[in-house]
Design a protein around this ligand. Structure first.
Ligand SMILES: *Cc1c(COP(=O)(O)O)cnc(C)c1O
Length: 847
């Protein structure tokens, strides 16, 4: 005996195909060859548990969709459906129940794990011996759990200790076990909560006194920030358990905090590895890796945070006041995340991940609290959390970063008593900027540290096996671009062929009847001409833009123009209407003050989705804090007014923000706007706005156009007489433009390298304004190794004149041409003559 165990856990995205099982079995063999016994814990195949969950969320049967998923899976694994008849009939029984109690929900939700387990066991046994382990035989929930019954069944906890019996009984070298579920004291199935399979793995590792736990995922490990938000985020090679738990709790998604605790108690190291790159180092959690010096290891952001501020002078010296307040939260089942107190004010935050927050719940909360104090609720906030060790020692540095946000509201700041984290709650649209600034100063700019591995951007750049890497057009056109830069730099170059490709992608949205290009993203006449050629109209926001359209070589028909101004003088509206251009009104006051201007005119109303679409973070061109849109509550009166004054509302419109990658956004908007059909009987158009996100960084997965089209088709089926319009800007033009500029000087300050360009924020202000990330390369030396790291800066007298921070660059000389990618949108149109320096000129290639 005496052979040591290793527990390997593979998540849903790593177990779904026979090819992935080859990787898994390879890892198993490696471990067995090294003399270990192996327990593999697996999840259900990707998407299956979510599909099952829909039954509980929506109350409509998911049987058909789950059955077809199973069929597809069995097809891949070449197994007959007949062997799974009894599983399917059990599923049907559960789906047919009108209401599921907690235990039935647990049975339903782990159906995927159980069925996949059988598929996997069958599959492995065609080549080698493996024994199946039933988690209900070994994992039993703790009896003294005082949480509510619902949590005890669906988010159960087990108390685990090393168990000599299991070590005695398991004699084979390879076992397979489904994760996520366990048994309660009566033998009923219970679930271990979100990411429960990780927890199953660490529980089993404790029972088996395993030598290590390996959590296999589809990412490289834990990063110092969300790499999709901050590509400079560094891979954390070594972490202590406590830090890892704090990172997981503050928004990290790689591993669930609850699964770390058992490993920590029994000092079992956790290795986080990437199935796609099994030999990469990954992240290792061990007690010895706990830091000894003050440091910040990660900057995390959580969105959809709600703040409740409670104000009362009675707080002072009044015994039991706080407990009265918190009793209200308990009664409504709301779990409080952060608390900050002052003499007469207590502010708490509610996290959407732990709570179901609806307008109705918030109204009830307010009603219950109002007898006790004055209540103010702010939705759509974000929490930015620094995780590290002895963070207070870094207070000065942190304060200097936060001070630059002086003109923005920081609603609350909290510091944990264990000095492992500090959190700032800010408006959602400020969170990314704050997180980037903090990450830059506290992590990116610091000298190399042992615990930090390569940045995410570096890892992506190095990857040759990346299937989504397509060679960008500017790489294929390199010599031509270098010649153009030689004569004309600094210059933007727009490739019309790429523009046409983007238009084709857009037109794959067959549910959309008409597209209008938001020309504030790019107003170059050749670009506008090309877009009109594609059958896409133009959306304008000023008389200047209208004039630009009408003076094009082949000017568009008026029906291909839209005018969507905001707080503009009334003359602009009357002029556009007289020109026969469909005009969008976003303030009722205009219609009340100038009914004569709009009499017998056909107009579109821009509505404010307000709370309705507050499920996502890009809500700031909607909601009370935004200047855009008409609130829904004013629609009944407005409808009466329009009828009285013969103002014809033929369309409803909303646009909620930019760079949105969640395909559900536009369907949500469409459904919201459809509520307006009740008031305006002549509406024939619903315009769901723009904001389609692009792949900003190499390796991004981008917007799911198939899913977007499906969701909009769904809407169209419900509203067959309504035409759907969309008005993207960035999506059409971002990829087709690059900015070329020559290097003026380079400089080394300590360890920090600078590469100076002949143009900066006067040509491209997005990095300075929003912290936007653009890929930057030395086009002259495209193939040279990037051994250096430098800040790429412009010549303006402004410390914010930075185009990129800490970019991997080759040895660079004055006169080299630097290319800044994806700058076709909001580049030239936002340029200025600040410092009286002319911005980059615009050139065209392609046809
Ligand atoms: C800016 C804008 C758009 C385009 O936004 P993108 O993020 O570039 O797609 C669409 N509609 C309106 C009303 C806008 O203001």
């Amino acid at each position: 005996m005496g052979m040591q165990w290793r527990v390997l856990k593979f998540g849903g995205s790593s177990v779904s195909t026979p090819a992935q099982w080859r990787t898994i079995l390879q890892q198993v063999s490696n471990n067995i060859e090294q003399g270990y016994r192996v327990l593999v814990v697996h999840s259900a195949c990707y998407g299956l548990t979510n599909a099952l969950e829909a039954q509980i969320k929506t109350g409509t049967s998911v049987y058909k969709s789950v059955e077809s998923r199973l069929k597809a899976l069995l097809n891949d694994f070449e197994q007959p459906i007949n062997d799974f008849k009894s599983d399917l009939s059990q599923l049907r029984q559960l789906c047919d129940l009108p209401q599921l109690n907690d235990y039935q929900q647990a049975e339903l939700l782990c159906w995927g794990e159980r069925v996949c387990h059988r598929v996997f066991i069958n599959h492995i046994r065609t080549g080698q011996t493996v024994d199946s382990l039933n988690p209900k035989d070994w994992l039993t929930t703790t009896v003294n759990d005082h949480r509510n019954p619902h949590s005890r069944v669906l988010s159960a906890k087990c108390e685990v200790h090393p168990n000599p019996v299991i070590r005695e009984q398991l004699k084979q070298s390879f076992y397979l076990m489904p994760g996520f579920f366990a048994a309660d004291e009566a033998g009923r199935t219970v679930l271990l909560g979100r990411s429960g399979s990780d927890t199953s793995a660490t529980y089993m590792a404790v029972l088996l006194q395993a030598e290590r736990i390996e959590i296999w995922t589809d990412v490289d490990g834990i990063f110092s920030a969300n790499p999709h938000q901050i590509p400079q985020a560094k891979l954390l090679l070594r972490l202590g358990y406590q830090e890892a738990r704090e990172i997981a709790a503050s928004g990290g998604t790689v591993i669930h905090p609850r699964s770390i605790l058992p490993a920590e108690q029994y000092n079992i190291p956790i290795y986080i590895k990437n199935t796609l790159r099994p030999d990469a180092p990954g992240t290792v959690l061990k007690r010895e890796f706990s830091p000894t010096k003050p440091r910040v290891s990660a900057v995390n952001t959580r969105h959809r945070v709600t703040l409740v501020s409670m104000e009362s002078i009675n707080m002072w010296h009044q015994a039991g006041f706080m407990s009265d307040l918190f009793a209200v939260y308990k009664e409504l089942g709301l779990s409080v995340d952060l608390v900050s107190t002052a003499q007469t004010n207590v502010t708490v935050s509610l996290d959407a991940a732990d709570n179901v927050i609806t307008p109705a719940i918030l109204t009830r909360l307010k009603q219950h609290l109002t007898p006790l104090c004055a209540v103010n609720i702010t939705t759509n906030c974000s929490a930015v959390t620094l995780v590290g060790y002895r963070i207070r020692a870094l207070a000065d540095t942190i304060a200097s970063v936060v001070a630059t946000f002086a003109d923005q509201r920081i609603y609350i700041t909290t510091q944990s008593s264990n000095d492992l984290n500090q959190t700032f709650v800010v408006d959602e649209d400020q969170a990314d900027k704050l997180a980037r600034a903090l990450h830059e100063v506290l992590i990116t700019r610091l000298p190399e540290r042992d615990e930090f591995g390569p940045s995410w951007a570096d890892l992506v750049a190095r990857r040759t096996d990346n299937p989504v890497t397509v060679i960008p057009w500017w790489q294929q056109q390199r010599s031509r671009l270098l010649a153009m830069a030689d004569l004309h730099s600094p210059c933007y170059v727009y490739d019309l062929n790429t523009l046409a490709e983007q238009a084709d992608i857009l037109k794959s949205l067959t549910a959309v009847d008409r597209f209008f290009f938001a020309m504030k993203a790019n107003a170059h006449p050749a670009v506008l001409g090309k877009i009109l050629q594609q059958g896409i109209g133009l959306e304008t926001v000023s008389p200047g833009e209208i004039d630009r359209c009408l003076s094009l070589e082949s000017p568009p028909d008026r029906r291909n123009l839209l005018f969507t101004p905001n707080f503009a003088p009334i003359e602009e509206y009357s002029r556009a209407l007289e020109q026969g251009i469909a005009t969008t009104i976003d303030n009722p006051a205009l219609l009340y003050d100038y009914p004569a201007v709009f009499k017998n005119r056909r107009i579109i109303l821009r509505l404010d989705p307000g709370h309705g679409s507050g499920h996502h973070r890009y809500v700031r061109t909607a909601g009370e804090q935004s200047k855009f849109g008409i609130p829904e509550s004013t629609l009944p009166n407005l409808a009466d007014w329009c009828e009285q004054h013969e103002i014809l509302v033929f369309g409803l419109h909303a646009h909620t923000g930019s760079g949105i990658l969640d395909h559900r956004n536009w369907q949500r908007i469409a459904h919201f706007l459809a509520r307006g059909l009740a008031y305006f009987k002549d509406v024939e158009v619903i315009n769901v706005g723009g904001g389609l996100g692009i792949k900003e960084n190499p390796g991004d997965s981008g917007l799911d156009f198939k899913a977007l089209n499906a969701s909009l088709s769904d809407f169209k089926q419900q509203h067959p007489n309504i035409a759907l319009w969309m008005e993207p800007g960035r999506f059409l033009v971002a990829h087709c433009g690059v900015l070329l500029a020559k290097v003026t000087q380079t400089k080394l300050k300590g360890k920090q390298g600078y590469i100076g360009l002949e143009t900066g924020m006067n040509s491209l202000i997005r990095p300075a304004l929003y912290g936007a990330w653009h890929n930057i390369v030395n086009l002259t030396r495209l193939d040279a190794p990037c051994d250096f790291s430098a800040n790429i800066v412009g010549p303006m007298c402004e410390s914010g004149d930075i185009l990129g921070i800490d970019r991997p660059m080759p040895a660079t000389r004055a006169g080299d041409v630097v290319l800044i990618a994806n700058t076709g949108a909001y580049g030239a149109t936002m340029a200025s003559r600040y410092n009286l320096r002319d911005p980059a000129q615009e050139l065209i290639i392609g046809d």
